[in-house]
Design a protein around this ligand. Structure first.
Ligand code: PMP
Ligand code: GLU
Length: 395
């Protein structure tokens, strides 16, 4: 018998990917599922990006590349930060990985370990906690409230810091809440960071998916000296509808990026050559595709918020970014729905899937029992149909 390691035993399957898998199974059985589980744009990757990948393949770019990514893709990422945020990262300060999830793994594996604490404001993206656990470090959650727009206050951060605290993980716009911190709110957090000497992993993957007056902010730029203690994480998955291409990156202080590159060289050699060529086309090409998708997401957000307001016993919040709605369903706990007793967010989601064929993800997976997450990266028709079903189910 082969024994399962302590590391693997400590890791749960990703709840978002598991929820998507359940819907896939039902769909294979011919059931129509209103699937709001997975956070991935439903649009086709724009044509000029796909064409760049085909051209790269035909030119023979089908081999290993430098471990940290080609000089060309790292230069394109550096140009993006210079142009969008006025921050200078040299290409050597950028590591391209197989998706931003991989970038986060590389970052945590290279900076924290047993005995260290990583601070995570909750609700948080499902993978953060397990990625921390895999390093042997522990995580400390700072709960936030819907009434505060799911934002952490500087005083809450200060109170969570112990002599073992090493890193703070930030995610604005947030998965799962869609909350976007203002520049002033992030500056106040930056001041605590600078005072206390924490490092920051700032996951800015949704920075271009923002609505209304909200703005994406690059945390590393907020105060002098902050870039020396910040790892900026992002990628092309969400902005350019490129989830399957697996390209993400980290930008930060040279010694940390070098250490992360060593880890990556032993684990995966390099990111996919063809996808790197596609990412260059995405970053350097016409950006009107990004605006078109953003406008559609904003219209879907408005549609979802209007429909959620009509659901009985549901408390919701208007998200300023990303493509998720995160709402409180705890008033339904203790009820019988679809022949089953609803006791928590997991039983709520199972009953909604079984009885209404609506697939949403339990808040418990994001560190917020009582809530569920709905991804509106799906068509308006699905949104209308699914929320109508959910309304009838709850009534
Ligand atoms: N960070 C957040 C907050 C996310 O929601 C995702 C979505 N998968 C990622 C990182 C990772 O994205 P990817 O690995 O596809 O680049
Ligand atoms: N980040 C997306 C989500 O939260 C994709 C799935 C995943 O990688 O967890 O649904």
């Amino acid at each position: 018998m082969i024994r399962i390691s302590k590391l693997a035993s400590s890791v749960q399957p990703s709840a978002t990917l598991a929820a998507a898998g359940r819907a896939r199974q039902l769909k294979a059985q011919g059931v129509h599922v209103f699937d709001f589980s997975l956070g991935e744009p439903d649009f086709l990757t724009p044509a000029h990006i796909r064409e760049a990948a085909v051209a790269a393949m035909n030119k023979g770019q089908t081999h290993y590349t430098p471990t940290n990514g080609t000089p060309e893709v790292r230069a394109a990422i550096a140009r993006f930060y210079q142009k969008s945020h006025g921050i200078t990262y040299s290409p050597e300060q950028i590591l391209v990985s197989n998706g931003a999830k991989h970038s986060i793994h590389n970052a945590l594996a290279s900076t924290v370990g047993p005995g260290d604490e990583v601070i995570i404001p909750a609700p948080y993206w499902v993978s953060y906690s397990d990625l921390v656990t895999m390093t042997g470090a522990s995580y400390v959650l700072i709960p936030t409230r819907l009434e505060d727009g799911f934002k952490m206050k500087p005083a809450d951060l200060r109170a969570a810091i112990t002599p073992r605290s090493r890193m703070l993980m930030l995610n604005s716009p947030s998965n799962p809440t869609g909350a976007v911190y203002t520049r002033a709110e992030l500056e106040a957090i930056a001041d605590v960071v600078l005072e206390t000497g924490l490092a920051v992993l700032s996951d800015e993957i949704y920075e271009q998916l923002i609505y209304g007056d909200a703005k994406g902010t690059c945390f590393a730029t907020l105060r002098p000296g902050l870039a020396d203690r910040t790892l900026t994480i992002s990628g092309v998955s969400k902005t350019y509808a490129m989830t399957g291409w697996r390209i993400g990156w980290a930008a930060g202080p040279l010694p940390v990026i070098k250490a992360m590159g060593n880890v990556q060289s032993q684990e995966t050699s390099c990111p996919c050559s063809v996808s790197q060529a596609a990412a260059i086309a995405a970053l350097d090409g016409d950006q009107s595709c990004v605006e078109e998708m953003r406008v559609e997401f904003q219209a879907r957000r408005d549609l979802v918020c209007g429909l959620l307001a009509k659901l009985p016993g549901v408390k919701s919040f208007v998200p300023d970014g990303a493509f998720y709605a995160f709402f409180d369903v705890s008033s339904h706990f203790g009820r019988m729905l679809g022949g089953k007793e609803i006791t928590d967010s997991a039983s709520f989601c199972l009953a909604a899937l079984d009885s209404a064929q609506v697939n949403v993800v339990p808040g418990a997976a994001f560190g917020a029992e009582g809530y569920v997450r709905l991804s509106y990266a799906t068509s308006r028709e699905q949104i209308r149909g699914g929320l109508d079903r959910l309304e009838r189910f709850l009534r």
